[in-house]
Design a protein around this ligand. Structure first.
Ligand SMILES: C[S@@+](CC[C@H](N)C(=O)[O-])C[C@H]1O[C@@H](n2cnc3c(N)ncnc32)[C@H](O)[C@@H]1O
Length: 140
């Protein structure tokens, strides 16, 4: 596949970072969604153990995708993703092209605990995430 468009290594790296992060360990990550270029939406339960190798991760996904359901922890779900997000959430997109440059730790401190934050990260080598459904675009 064209590495210009498909970067499973970025998806894998992002999942490893999220699942082993302190906020995930503290139970503060409610869900992770992956959307492929073809629009397939996969919901990843925060309790999922992400395999160390990329091959293992995508083998698991492919074998379960064939059944239409990736089991309890990894699940192909219907679009649009917005229907799964909490009503009072703030959707924050990340892009190096944003003029709003923040220091992530300080930025997060500006929110009260009752706000649900949704982060949209591009898992591609080039291009920019869709601005659709994003309330704010930040650069770190
Ligand atoms: C290789 S970059 C895509 C290229 C593009 N320069 C961009 O950031 O929009 C893949 C993803 O990494 C994230 N990213 C990369 N650099 C970033 C930065 N300085 N600030 C925030 N997010 C960044 C964005 O979510 C981006 O979609």
């Amino acid at each position: 596949m064209d590495p210009y468009k498909y970067r499973p290594d970025i998806v894998h790296g992002a999942l490893v970072h999220i699942m082993y992060s302190r906020i995930r360990m503290a139970g503060l990550v409610q869900a992770v969604f992956i959307r492929t270029d073809e629009g397939i939406l996969i919901k990843v339960d925060p309790r999922t153990r992400i395999p160390e190798s990329l091959d293992e991760l995508f083998c698991d996904m492919l074998s379960t995708k064939a059944k239409g359901n990736c089991g309890k922890l990894l699940q192909v779900v219907k679009n649009p993703v917005i229907q799964y997000l909490p009503v009072n959430c703030l959707k924050i997109g990340l892009s190096s092209s944003s003029k709003k440059v923040v220091e992530p730790r300080d930025y997060l401190k500006t929110f009260s605990n009752d706000v649900n934050l949704v982060f949209v990260i591009g898992a591609m080598a080039h291009g920019k995430i869709d601005n659709e459904n994003i309330d704010e675009l930040i650069s770190g």
